[in-house]
Structures are given as C-alpha cells and as structure tokens.
Design a protein around this ligand. Structure first.
Ligand code: SAH
Length: 419
C-alpha cells in the first residue's frame, strides 16, 4: 500500500476529538501514555520518546501511525508519529492538538523559509533541520532553485508527497531530489534509495557562496551534495590566510582551500582520501580561476601529515575538517582518539606563530570535550594556544536549547606558538 498517497487525505479536521484517517479508513486516534518516571527531556521540549518511556499504546499501532501522547496523569503532551520497531518510538511533530495533514506540512515549510529569510538567507540554506524545525528526522537543503530531501524515519517518509507538494507551492523549484541512500533508514525498516521527486533535471549544479562558485553534484556528492553548515566558518579564515602557505586536509570539494586562495593565500594544498573529491576540488578551483594557487592531491591525511612533519615540512595555516569518526555513543572513545591524533599531527606542521583551523561535526563530542581534546594535542605537540575564533554551524542549522543533538559543529581557530 502507498501510505504516502493514503496520508494525503490524512488526519481529519476533527482529529482533536480523537479520530484520524489512514488509507481511506477512519481510525481511532492512538493514545500513547507515558510512564510516571520519564526523562525531564520530554517536558523540556525534546521531541523524542524512547520505547522504555512508554506505559501503554491503545489501540495497537503500526509504523507511521499518528499518535497522541499523554503524560501519566492524562495531561496532553503532544502529537507525533510512531514506529514500534524503532528505539526512538515516537517523534513529536507538535505540542498542539492540530491536524497532521498537507496544510500542516505546508505551514512548517513556509515557516522555516520565513525564518531563514528573516536571518538573512536568500539563495542556499538548510531549509529544514529536522528537530530544530519541528520536523523530526527530515532534512531539506535548498541550493538556489534545487532541493535535496532526506527523510530518515518511517513516519516522516510517508509524508514525502505532502512535503514535495509544499515545496512546489512555496518555491516553484527547478528540481527536487531525494538522497535517501543513508544506512540509518534501515533501523526504521526503510530501504535506501535516491532519485528524482520532480521531473528529471541535470543534478550537476553550480551554487554561489561568499562570492565564490562551486559545482555541486546533488546525486552523487556526499550527504546532500554540499556542506552548507561551514559557510560562515569558511569566511572566518579570511584574515589569517593572507600571504600564507596553507595546507587543508579532508578537503572534499575544496571549499575551505578555495576560500583561502580567494582571501590571498600564497599557496594552498588540499588533500582528501577520495579521488572523486580531489577531481571535483580541481574543477572548483578552475571555476574560480584559482587553480594556479590551489593544488589538490589524493592522500590519507593520517599518513601524510605524519610523514610530512618528519620530513620537516611546515605551513603557516593548517586546516582540518575530518568526518565524524563515530555515529554512536558506544564508540565515542574512537572519535576522541581520532580527533586527538589528527590534530596533533596537524599542529606539528604549523610554523611557530601560525594557525590551526579545526572542526568536528559530531554532536557526540560536545564543545567542552572538543576543546579538551585540542588542549591534550597541544600539550603533546608542545604548543601554546591562543584562541582566535570558536564557533558553531551557520544559523540556518539552528541550535534549539534542550535538543542537544542540534548543537553539533565545532569550529576552532587557534594561534600556535612553541613552548
Ligand atoms: N571540508 C569539507 C568537508 C569535509 S567532509 C567541506 O567544507 O565541504 C570529510 C572529508 O574527509 C570527505 O571528503 C572524505 O573523503 C575525507 N576523508 C575521510 N577520511 C580521510 C582520510 N583518512 N584522509 C583524507 N581524507 C579523508
């Protein structure tokens, strides 16, 4: 059965009296009652409800059902979608008794765009940042007239037709593409898939950021094709790279490195383990006529950073933007070791009085811990740190207080002097 179609009819306007429509059938609204002892998290606004926090579900629910959640004392908590096979069993869409239907999704998308415009976004932005936009497990990136969607929970995935329709109504886009080729969907009983959600179009597009141009491969690039979250941080290297010899590791499509060249670096070398990324970085440098300053090379950063410092190579600025190293709390130590190691190797390549530009993109390593890791690396490298900038992701990825996984990116610039 196509639940997406079925849900177009969706919840009845009188849903606040206890019914909703699924697949053309009128259903009794499912009531989820929480245990007496639950995490303060939920009352404080966090939209996730874990299976072990639920007392009763009446009548029985199947993946994707809309449910009303009540506290143990029968006080209304919120309305959301359920997936009995998922550890995060319910994700709340609203704290009101409002209908979950096409209009609901239209209003959410419209509201998210109005907010982005208000804080200064015009062309590219993360339009929907999941929980931060009260659209749990949904990501929508806007690249000018093109949109990329990721829906990572069953209960949001079935609303894709309503979401696509809302995008069409609000933006009249040139194209919409689905990048649901992410393993996390399997935890929800969803298949990995990617493809057009609009008429087919050329998925190799060009975007502008901080006055530079970048090719973005929406269909085959990493994640949604481009990391919008580092936009302001790329601009933040402006002054320190002037006339500098710069090394960038984990370059992907060369964004930080091309910014460095644009801001007046003498020379820039970018490395990435992926051949594809290096090829795309070279194309991006040429697109901006910065290919004389920028060179890109395929290499494993862990290996070459170590051997280059042994060889006595040195740079004025070293930039690191590694992947998350872990996606689970169980392997957090692995991430800590990875960050410490790569930052230590990076620091050893920085000339006395030069700068390290370093990022971490996992919410599992909180800002405090990240700074401690950098501190440990600096001690091992016998470097004294003077902090220049400590920032987070761009504000189109809003941090909602009380929803800690929305606070995920750390971006640090430090001056390093020999001890
Ligand atoms: N700085 C980029 C994003 C980097 S994403 C930007 O602003 O767009 C992380 C990148 O690290 C990926 O391109 C991945 O291919 C690369 N990578 C992962 N492990 C690596 C390793 N051991 N050595 C070098 N690059 C690596």
């Amino acid at each position: 059965m196509d639940w997406g179609q079925a849900f177009n009819a969706a919840v009845m306007p009188n849903s606040n009296v206890g019914n909703y429509k699924r697949g053309g059938y009128l259903c009794r609204m499912i009531k989820v009652v929480l245990k007496r002892k639950i995490a303060q998290r939920i009352a404080n606004g966090h939209p996730w409800i874990f299976g072990n926090e639920i007392n009763t579900i009446e009548p029985a629910a199947i993946a994707g059902d809309i449910v009303d959640v009540y506290y143990h004392d029968d006080k209304f908590c919120g309305r959301g979608f359920i997936n009995p096979q998922s550890q995060i069993m319910v994700r709340l869409l609203t704290r009101k008794k409002e209908a979950i239907d096409e209009t609901f999704f239209y209003n959410r998308i419209r509201g998210a765009w109005e907010y982005r415009k208000k804080i200064g976004y015009t062309e590219n932005c993360r339009l929907i940042f999941g929980e931060a936009d009260e659209m749990p497990a949904l990501i929508i990136d806007k690249f000018n007239d093109y949109f990329v969607i990721q829906s990572m929970a069953y209960g949001i995935d079935i609303w894709k037709p309503a979401i696509v329709k809302a995008l069409q109504q609000v933006f009249n886009p040139k194209g919409i593409y689905e990048r649901n080729d992410v393993p996390v969907r399997e935890l929800e009983g969803l298949q990995q898939q990617k493809g057009f959600l609009s008429e087919p179009f050329d998925t190799n597009i060009t975007i502008t950021e901080n006055g530079l141009k970048f090719y973005v491969d929406l269909a085959n690039g990493q994640k949604t094709g481009y990391f919008l979250d580092q936009r302001d941080n790329r601009a933040a290297i402006r002054h320190i790279v002037k006339d500098a010899e710069v090394l960038g590791a984990f370059t992907y499509t060369g964004t930080f490195e091309i910014h460095a060249a644009h801001y007046g670096a003498k020379s820039v070398l970018g490395i990435d383990i992926s051949e594809n990324a290096v090829a795309q970085a070279n194309r991006n440098a040429a697109l901006n006529a910065l290919d004389k300053t920028c060179t890109f090379q395929q290499a494993n950063a862990f290996d070459v950073l170590k051997s280059w410092s042994k060889e006595g190579r040195a740079y004025d600025v070293v930039m690191l933007d590694p992947p998350a190293f872990t996606k689970s709390r169980d392997t957090i130590q692995k991430a800590i070791t990875g960050y410490k190691e790569i930052n230590l190797r990076g620091m050893k390549l920085v000339r006395n009085g030069g700068f390290l530009v370093t990022s971490s993109c996992t919410n599992l390593v909180q800002p405090e811990l990240f700074l401690q890791i950098i501190d440990m690396a600096a001690k091992d490298a016998r470097k004294k740190i003077r902090q220049v900038v400590f920032k987070t992701q761009a504000s189109d990825h809003p941090i909602v207080w009380g929803i800690e996984n929305t606070n995920y990116l750390k971006f640090l610039v430090v001056e390093l002097c020999d001890r």
